[in-house]
Design a protein around this ligand. Structure first.
Ligand code: ADE
Length: 229
C-alpha cells in the first residue's frame, strides 16, 4: 500500500514509520510511505503556508494553493485515484470498520491540517473521508494520521505474524478484549487466574468470553447498545 502524507512537519513521521510494525511492513514490501513537505509547495517568497480566516476570528488556516499544488503533483504520478483522508475533529468517528476500509486500499493520501484546519475548497475538491480520532482537539492532523495508518497497516494480510494476529482484537467481535497474562504464573505474590493454567480449553474460552463481556459492559456499554440497536 502506498501511503502519502502532506504535512508541514515531515520530521514527525520519521519515528512513526521507522519503528516496529510499520517498519517491518515496509521491509516486507507491504507499505510504501511518501512524506510531502507542504512548505515545498508554497509559492510566495516567505514560504507562507497559512493565513488568516476570511470573516475574522482567531486561528490560522492552511492556504489552498500549496495544498492544491501538492495534490496535483501526487495525482499526476498516481496510476489511479487514491483515497484521500483528512483528519479533523469535525470528521466522522474513526472506527475499526473505517480501518478495515483503509486497509483494503492500494493508495492512500492523508492531508494534515494545522491551526484552524484547511481552506474548505481543498476539502471539497480532493477529500473523500473526514475522520476524527476522538472528541478532543489536537494541534494538528499528524498524530491522527499516525493512529489511522497504524490501525490500517496492521490489518494488511501478512503484516502481522500469527503471534500478534489481529483476529482477536478488541472491536472484532463488537466488544472489548479481556485481560491477558504471560509467564511467570506468580510474580510479587500475584497469581495468574487458575483457569488459564488448568489446560481446560473450553473453560479458558468461557472465562475469556465472560471477562471480555464484563469489561465491555462496565467500560463501553455503548458498544453493547449499538449491537442490539
Ligand atoms: N485534528 C485535530 N484534532 C483532531 C481529532 N480529534 N481527530 C482527527 N484530527 C484532528
Amino acid at each position: 500500500m502506498k501511503v502519502e502524507v502532506i504535512t508541514l512537519f515531515p520530521g514527525f513521521f520519521e519515528g512513526v514509520f521507522g519503528q516496529s510494525i510499520l517498519r517491518r511492513a515496509q521491509e516486507a514490501g507491504a507499505l510504501e510511505p511518501c512524506i510531502h513537505d507542504l512548505r515545498e509547495f508554497t509559492t510566495d517568497r516567505h514560504g507562507q503556508a497559512d493565513d488568516y480566516r476570511y470573516g475574522g476570528g482567531p486561528g490560522m488556516l492552511l492556504r489552498p494553493e500549496p495544498l492544491f499544488g501538492a495534490f496535483e503533483r501526487i495525482l499526476s504520478k498516481a496510476e489511479s485515484r487514491p483515497l484521500v483522508i483528512y483528519p479533523t475533529p469535525q470528521g466522522e468517528p474513526f472506527t475499526q470498520a473505517a480501518a478495515d476500509e483503509l486497509a483494503r486500499q492500494r493508495h492512500l493520501v492523508f492531508l494534515c491540517g494545522h491551526y484552524k484546519g484547511v481552506d474548505q475548497r481543498v476539502v471539497e475538491r480532493w477529500v473523500d473521508r473526514e475522520y476524527s480520532i476522538g472528541d478532543y482537539v489536537l494541534t494538528g492532523g499528524e498524530t491522527a494520521v499516525a493512529v489511522m495508518v497504524d490501525a490500517a497497516v496492521r490489518l494488511i494480510p501478512g503484516v502481522l505474524g500469527d503471534a500478534d494476529s489481529a483476529r482477536s482484537d478488541s472491536f472484532r467481535s463488537g466488544g472489548l478484549d479481556g485481560p491477558h497474562y504471560t509467564r511467570p504464573d506468580v510474580t510479587r505474590g500475584l497469581r495468574v487466574p487458575g483457569v488459564l493454567v488448568s489446560g481446560h480449553h473450553r473453560n479458558i474460552e468461557r472465562w475469556r468470553r465472560a471477562t471480555a463481556r464484563y469489561l465491555t459492559r462496565r467500560r463501553r456499554p455503548d458498544l453493547i447498545d449499538n449491537k442490539s440497536g
